[in-house]
Design a protein around this ligand. Structure first.
Ligand SMILES: N[C@@H](CCC(=O)N[C@@H](CS)C(=O)NCC(=O)O)C(=O)O
Length: 209
């Protein structure tokens, strides 16, 4: 079954999906639409949003073509590729717990987004990571040198890693390093060292967002 992910040529709401596919060994075509900010699209450079939007079930991207079907909504796509890549634990409860953890990650993401686009506010959020109770709750789950659920990589690890690595760290790397709880620093390094993830990160195109 062929998979094709349609999004712009940036990380945004697609990067966790791409990382999950890399981690789970799920092959897909990475179609990246060009726009004025990212003209050097590496995917199908002919495709423009005006055209791609016609096929989007809810009028938005990302969406995933699965054979002749189309799946929208980034988190539904994440769950789907996580399942294909065996990244949802060993049983139904683990799968639900993994999903709950990634929802906790999204709650922190939403709190960060609520700061808006002001750079000082974003930096203050990152500098405050050490005293953020939602982050502390995630840190409690991160066993030293291990994964969040069981003893293998899951969707929860990938979602947490991608949020810390691609969203928070670039805001202010020094403040991030100073404020991130030690357990999450260790977890981030552990996930980055997973061979499939390290390979993906080394090869992915550098993009501003
Ligand atoms: N809840 C949706 C939101 C998708 C969304 O907001 N997509 C934006 C880009 S990040 C979009 O398609 N914007 C263009 C448009 O609405 O025409 C998801 O997570 O996939």
């Amino acid at each position: 079954m062929s998979l094709e992910l349609i999004y712009w040529d940036g990380k945004g709401r697609a990067e966790c999906i791409r990382l999950l596919c890399a981690a789970g060994g799920v092959a897909f075509k990475d179609t990246r639409m060009a726009d004025e900010d990212t003209p050097a699209a590496v995917g199908n450079t002919e495709l423009k949003w005006d055209e791609a939007k016609k096929a989007a079930p809810f009028g938005q991207a990302p969406y995933l073509r699965v054979g002749d079907k189309i799946l929208p909504q980034s988190r539904a796509i994440e769950r789907y590729v996580a399942k294909l890549g065996h990244l949802l634990g060993d049983n139904e409860f683990d799968a639900a717990w993994i999903d709950a953890i990634q929802e906790q990650v999204r709650d922190v993401f939403q709190a960060f987004r609520n700061e808006g686009t002001d750079d000082d506010k974003k930096k203050a959020f990152v500098a405050g990571l050490a005293s953020n109770s939602a982050v502390a709750a995630l840190a409690k789950l991160a066993a030293p040198g291990g994964f969040l659920v069981g003893n293998k990589l899951s969707y929860a690890d990938v979602a947490l890693f991608q949020f810390l690595n691609d969203t928070l760290q670039p805001v202010d790397p020094a403040a991030f390093d100073a404020a991130l709880p030690a357990a999450l620093k260790a977890h981030k390094a552990h996930v980055a060292a997973v061979p499939a993830i390290a390979k993906y990160l080394a090869a992915r195109p550098a993009r501003p967002w």
